[in-house]
Design a protein around this ligand. Sequence first.
Ligand SMILES: [Zn+2]
Length: 435
Amino acid sequence: MNILINNGIILPMNASNEDKPYFNGYVGIEGERIAFVSSNPDEAKAFLAKHKDDCTQIDASGKVVMPGLINTHTHVAMALLRGISDDVPLMEWLEQHIWPIEGKMGYQEVYDGARLGILEMLMGGTTTFVDMYPYEEAIAEAAESAGIRAVVSPCPMDFRMEHFENDWRQVKKRFSGSRLVTMWMGPHAVYTLSGEHLQRSISLSKELGVGSHVHLAETQTEQDNCMAQHGMSPTEYLEKEGMFSTKTLAAHCVVMSDHDIEILARHGVSVAHNPQSNMKLASGIAPVRKMLDAGINVAIGTDGASSNNDLDMWEEMRTASLLQKVATMDPCAIPAYTALQMATVNGAKAIGREGKLGVLAAGAFADILLVDIEKAHLYPHTNLISELVYSTHASDVDTVIVNGKIVVRNRKCLSMNAAEVCATAQKQIDTLMSK
Ligand SMILES: [Zn+2]
């Protein structure tokens, strides 16, 4: 399938001139890749002539055309648990509320929860998500059928180590030919894995050449316990154990010393910043400006919907920018364009897909969204980048293309039956809570 997007405001996210990083123009898509991005109408005419018998045209007048957003840390199936427990500290939240109900969730519940979260993400312009959860096979299956790109990282934890390795290899084999699903290792955290199991996870990721997705330095409690147990910070501990010798994406990184930051920078570890989850669980404020200054690639994630409580990357970008301003008392700490980079290009780099995702460029995968800016809350149009980061809502996303396929058009999801997804999720949580 070929697609020509006409007359849009093109924001490719690879501009060298950040003062005016967009222009009026066209994007052509051939199959799963972007064929051209241009302001020249002659290129659009030539593209149309080449594909005259097989080309879907999209009129993007009044719309911004930009790369799909990359949510670098979530537990998508937790959409099912949205709102079941709020306003408690992290460990109490996990141990007394989340883990007991997760213990009752099987393949089908995870699948139905994932469908709900994926629907929400697609409708808000997220085209790739990085997940960590048990039953990642269900999440991979849900992602593939809904047409969203996913990096799934099955989660070895001490209490489910027994079958983990076999399950992981099976899922990897099943999705080895997938155009949308990639597998990583998801060692949950320093505090849920023994040294032996952590080593097993690290050696598996080395053997299979996949990255590791880990929770790191999320709370002061994690820091204090790690100091008591190992005499070092969680970051120092993972470095000592050798995790950073493989590609690593570390979620949270809230409690970070200068030495911890230096370690992540030295090993090229990417960080998934989850400001709303950190605020909601009162975990603290990640030193994002410091980490960026140290040369760390910082991307953005929503975390699960039960600690956020949505999967809206627009809100997350806005919060990342505003929170860092107030934390540093510097209004320049994270400018709007930097927040957009964190949600697109930095996300792509975090999962090793730099130049292939997170940008509009010839040869990149066609993961694209159209934002309708003909809305009162986005008028008047004086600074597009500011509009996108400080005023846009997920509900302003009009059209979403993933891997060259249109999955949302005119705010309707084409790849899923939205009413059915919501009704099934409701039924599942009602049943789980009555058990
Ligand atoms: Zn998390």
